[in-house]
Design a protein around this ligand. Structure first.
Ligand code: ADP
Ligand code: AMP
Length: 215
């Protein structure tokens, strides 16, 4: 079992990169954001615990997030390889992951730090649209669907995430700086950080990451 971590502010392009890598590697995409949104929609106990945090753009408690991650890792079996998208997001979560991986004799191979200027993050988040059916991610300017508000892949309706509103975005960027950015130093100590210029177009971002994976 091995893993890569996609680290970066909200809107840095983690989901878009995951979609690219999913097609070209054997890493299983694990997005805690997607898992928590699914839990919220189904009204499960995890969803109920996460709701207020997600609506305000704050972080869901570490114990809840580590619980769903452990369950997922167990479910995929001993030979799975993971790409974590939006996890870990705090030092506590990173320590929890290290603990889980030590138990399983598993290794983190790379932590890709997707670097994008703040102003670009904001325009990526305000322009993001998502397919209600399949979760495909679009952007009003950077990646518009062929027909407005309709998914190219399955004809599903596109929606704007509730937390992609301007007020919530500013809180999410602040939360990122305070609680998640310290992970860069945490993983630098383990010599795992690979800095990626994620202001480039998606294909180029994917190519930079694949260069590291090819080594
Ligand atoms: P994250 O998962 O990090 O929050 P997403 O992958 O959902 O980010 O991307 C946020 C928005 O930016 C989406 O609308 C997406 O289409 C757009 N986007 C993602 N990567 C790029 C890129 N490299 N260049 C331009 N736009 C991008
Ligand atoms: P994302 O889809 O990654 O942008 O996440 C959306 C929201 O889900 C975040 O603003 C948090 O409220 C919550 N969330 C997702 N992943 C985590 C995590 N690893 N730790 C805490 N909260 C998370």
């Amino acid at each position: 079992m091995r893993a890569i971590i996609l680290l970066g502010g909200p809107g840095a392009g983690k989901g878009t990169l995951s979609e690219n890598l999913r097609r070209r590697t054997d890493f299983i995409h694990v997005s805690t954001g997607d898992m928590l949104r699914a839990a919220l929609q189904s009204g499960s106990p995890v969803g109920m615990k996460a709701k207020s945090f997600m609506e305000s753009g704050s972080l869901v408690p570490d114990s809840v997030v580590l619980g769903i991650i452990e369950e997922r890792i167990e479910a995929e079996g001993a030979h799975a390889h993971f790409m974590f998208d939006g996890f870990p997001r705090t030092i506590g979560q990173a320590e929890g992951l290290d603990f889980l991986f030590t138990k399983k004799n598993a290794r983190i191979r790379h932590v890709f730090n997707l670097v994008v200027p703040h102003a670009i993050l904001i325009s990526r988040l305000t322009g993001r649209r998502v397919c209600r059916q399949c979760g495909a991610v679009y952007h009003l300017i950077n990646k518009p669907p062929v027909r407005p508000d309709v998914c190219d892949l399955d004809g599903g309706g596109l929606y704007q995430r509730a937390d992609d509103s301007e007020a919530t975005i500013l809180n999410r960027l602040d939360v990122y700086e305070k609680q998640t950015a310290p992970l860069i130093a945490y993983y630098e100590k383990q010599k795992l950080i690979r800095t990626i210029n994620a202001g480039e177009p998606p294909e180029q971002v994917a190519a930079s990451v694949l260069d590291f994976l090819g080594e």
